[in-house]
Design a protein around this ligand. Structure first.
Ligand SMILES: NC(=O)C1=CN([C@@H]2O[C@H](COP(=O)(O)OP(=O)(O)OC[C@H]3O[C@@H](n4cnc5c(N)ncnc54)[C@H](OP(=O)(O)O)[C@@H]3O)[C@@H](O)[C@H]2O)[C@H](O)CC1
Ligand SMILES: [K+]
Length: 455
């Protein structure tokens, strides 16, 4: 997995390093030159323009200019603080104006359609958050050093950075602030089905869907089945017996459905609660009883999160007291309900603080999803795309995570693996018109591909 380190932490690593700064800059600049040559597809006859600033980012760019000239590339270097009226023509612009030391108020020049290669970050992109400035260029490639920064992954980062290349310049990273989840990691986390398997061994209990929202129960159920649950039992409180739910259906009518759920919960390995449950007072009360008394790993999603938030004074307490893992899956609105404040631009900090106050695993959904658990290095999943912002996809994710928990994957990894698989599923879907059920259909192929690939 790629390590992600905050800019402040990277500065501390630099300061503590025995490698002199000049040497780090020499290595960084050489790596930028190599990336430029790859981008240009050669050296002969190629022209490069380096926009170089006054700090170390500019120094990286000037070293790259020297290396490129040595290879026969025609290079012009312009000073970012003294730009000429007309920029020299080029096949590639290297943005070495400013990196992590930028303090705003400087505009990157208009380079028209010429591709931009960014050194460390495209100028003006906040390396801590990924928020772009007014003139931050859209780079085709960004070369960064030793570790990715949160800014490469969140907010405007992916769109502004283009392809991200992380180059080893010989700094030892003591600890990552987060890890970017990849296929090799997820493959490693997925257990093989044991030879002594039986249908109760990886059984998932789901409480999801109500009259008018039975689809949520169906999506969570089929997703859990396709993600390897050996048996799924779903309760959709209040849904009458004629409603079309295809999975094994144990409907629980009435108010105090929690007793029925808790009574045979010992047979199950995980519980998913919340998708499409509704927000009635008795639903809230039943959810809270389940959270208090269920002694299996649990995913709380959708209206289950609302129930926790509704119980304003007690919501962290009811979670802190749980002795088995809990996974919360909020989007920004639900995060706001739970904490009283929507997450700010520092999404790693937002997920971590909710995990710390609740003791739960928090999966904060977004274009880059963060998974935080007390005592664990946060995981970032950027596998999906904007088509996941479609009704019902969250129900699918909750079902997948429920199945992975039932398969005995620890909560932190189960949540991240679930988000990763969910992201791969949308990538496999036809380009437009994706509905949540399509993700479920893709799951067998996603797991097959994951397990088949060597990496
Ligand atoms: N381990 C690593 O990742 C390494 C990264 N390296 C590169 O170093 C830069 C960070 O270098 P730094 O010198 O700290 O910062 P910058 O190059 O971004 O720029 C700071 C200087 O620019 C001045 N500045 C900032 N904003 C403006 C502005 N709007 N107008 C004018 N001048 C500006 C700033 O002046 P101050 O007055 O604020 O001090 C500084 O002079 C990192 O991004 C990597 O590219 C190294 O290669 C080492 C290892
Ligand atoms: K830059």
């Amino acid at each position: 997995m790629i390590q992600v380190v905050t800019p402040q932490h990277m500065q501390a690593i630099d300061d503590a390093s025995e490698v002199p700064l000049d040497e780090l800059i020499a290595r960084a600049g050489a790596a930028v030159a190599r990336a430029a040559i790859r981008q240009l597809g050669g050296t002969y006859g190629r022209r490069v323009l380096v926009v170089a600033g006054p700090g170390n980012n500019g120094a990286d760019g000037r070293v790259a200019a020297t290396r490129l000239r040595e290879r026969g590339v025609r290079v012009a270097v312009v000073d970012a603080l003294d730009l000429p009226e007309r920029l020299p023509r080029a096949d590639l612009v290297i943005d070495a104006a400013f990196g992590t030391g930028f303090r705003g108020g400087w505009q990157f020049p208009d380079v028209g359609a010429t591709p931009v290669l960014a050194v460390d970050v495209p100028t003006g992109l906040d390396a801590a958050t990924g928020v772009a400035g007014p003139s931050t260029p859209h780079a085709v490639r960004t070369v960064t050093f030793q570790a990715a920064k949160p800014g490469h992954v969140f907010a405007d980062g992916p769109a502004r950075c283009g392809d991200l290349e992380v180059v080893d310049i010989g700094l030892g990273v003591d600890r990552a602030d987060a890890l970017l989840v990849d296929a090799a990691a997820v493959r490693h986390w997925l257990p093989h089905r044991p030879t002594d398997a039986h249908k109760w061994r990886e059984a998932v209990r789901i409480v999801a869907g109500t009259p008018g929202m039975t689809g949520a129960g169906h999506l969570a159920t089929t997703a859990a089945q396709r993600a390897g649950a050996s048996l799924v039992a779903v309760s959709s409180p209040g849904v009458d017996a004629d409603a079309p739910v295809e999975a094994l259906d144990r409907r629980v009518p009435g108010f105090d459905w929690y007793t029925a759920v808790l009574d045979d919960l010992h047979r199950f390995r995980s519980l998913v609660i919340g998708p499409g449950l509704g927000r009635e007072e008795h639903t809230v009360a039943s959810v809270l009883r389940c959270v208090e008394d269920a002694v299996v790993p649990m995913v709380i999603d959708g209206d289950g999160l609302f129930a926790l938030a509704w119980n304003e004074a007690g919501s962290p307490a009811v979670l802190v007291d749980r002795e088995v893992p809990t996974v919360l899956t909020p989007h920004d609105g639900e995060y706001g309900l739970l904490t009283g404040r929507r997450p700010d631009d520092d999404r790693l900090a937002a997920a971590t603080s909710l995990a710390d106050t609740t003791g739960a695993t928090v999966l904060l959904k977004g274009p880059a999803t963060v998974v935080a658990t007390p005592g664990e290095v946060p995981l970032i999943v950027d596998a999906g795309d904007e088509r996941l912002a479609t009704a019902g996809t969250g129900d699918v994710l909750a079902g997948i995570i429920g199945a992975l928990l039932a398969r005995q994957i620890p909560a932190h990894r189960a949540a991240a693996a679930g988000a990763f698989v969910h992201g791969l599923a949308v990538q496999r879907c036809a380009s437009v018109g994706v509905i949540a059920g399509d993700l479920v259909e893709q799951l067998p192929a996603v797991f097959t591909d994951l397990l088949a690939t060597d990496a």
